[in-house]
Design a protein around this ligand. Structure first.
Ligand code: NAI
Ligand code: 15L
Length: 278
């Protein structure tokens, strides 16, 4: 095996004492709730919404990410943070601001004050949603957010950059495509991220040493791509799933009309959300 293909997790114990996952009551939080127990003695699960009852290895904390004191207490004693919490779709700025912008600042400040050295930030393809479908982008592509939600994720990526340069807190920002049980439309045949690949990305983002401040795309090994994910090689990420299994079903439905902007841009329908409150 050549040095270039050496897995960066070789010789690394992919297990720690306590991982915090925010947004644990959400769709991806539910998927990762059990899976994260493979990598930590204790998984601290947090959300503003109901988390049910605590099972083995779990600590449950109800917490509004917009509350700095609550987030400070939430982060105490953790080794790594998987930050999924926040508004996950396009919404008015007044909703995005506390959850995603104040909330992400609170997470980084709490990480700094408690000496937490690794954050995995759930960013989004909506950071680059106003690039045309078919444009080939990479991790260094200048953001073109498709709404307030995408702007909040670009802000989170910049938070990560600052907290690394200033305080040495390492972050992997995952520009997740579409992580659902199935690819539901033509766009998702390209943006889909299966749950096993999501788990692999999260695991590597927590444990691969010396990542610095890294931005990678979260997509499976789909047939067609808009993202050159070369930076993910730093993590040794090798997706094993593919959206091909959904192609026949997706393509049995007529495509979007040619004049629908949802079919022009990488962010799909997010580009035509809003304006709000007129
Ligand atoms: P989700 O909306 O199902 O989960 C988000 C969770 O955050 C919810 O349980 C919600 O209660 C919680 N939350 C919202 N505001 C909060 C606040 N102020 N304080 C505490 N918790 C709050 O979203 P999903 O699909 O699970 O996504 C998880 C993360 O991944 C999100 O950050 C999302 O933006 C990101 N992402 C997800 C993608 C996907 O395909 N599922 C694609 C790209 C990014
Ligand atoms: C996201 O960022 C959202 O959180 C998710 O619900 C999907 O809409 C996804 O992007 C997508 O673009 O498919």
């Amino acid at each position: 095996m050549s040095l270039a293909s050496k897995d960066p997790l070789d010789g690394v114990t992919a297990r720690c004492h306590r991982i915090l996952m925010t947004g644990a009551a959400g769709n991806l939080g539910k998927v990762l709730r059990d899976r994260l127990k493979r990598y930590a003695d204790v998984v601290r699960l947090s959300d503003i919404a109901d988390l049910g009852t605590a099972h083995a290895q779990e600590e449950l904390v109800t917490c509004n990410l917009a509350d700095p004191q609550a987030v400070h207490a939430l982060v105490e004693g953790v080794d790594a943070i998987v930050h999924l919490g926040g508004v996950s779709v396009e919404r008015p700025f007044e909703e995005i601001l506390p959850a995603n912008i104040q909330g992400t600042y609170n997470i980084y400040e709490a990480a700094r004050r408690h000496g937490v050295k690794r954050v995995v930030f759930a960013s989004s393809n909506h950071v680059i949603g106003f690039y045309k479908q078919g444009d080939m982008l990479d991790s260094d592509t200048v953001p073109r957010p498709d709404g307030y939600y995408g702007i909040s994720k670009a802000f989170g990526e910049q938070m990560a950059s600052f907290y690394f340069d200033r305080y040495g807190i390492e972050t992997v920002s995952l520009r997740i495509g579409s992580s659902f049980p199935e690819a539901k439309d033509r766009r998702m045949l390209i943006t889909w991220l299966g749950y096993d690949d999501l788990e692999q990305l999260i695991k590597r983002s927590i444990f691969v040493p010396d990542v610095g401040n890294l931005i990678v795309y979260g997509a499976s090994a789909n047939r067609d791509r808009w993202w050159d994910n070369g930076k993910a090689e730093r993590l040794g990420f090798k997706p094993v799933e593919s959206s091909e299994q959904f192609r026949a079903k997706v393509e049995s439905v007529p495509p979007l009309p040619a004049d629908d902007p949802a079919g022009w841009y990488q962010g799909g329908a997010f580009v035509k959300a809003g304006p709000f409150g007129d």
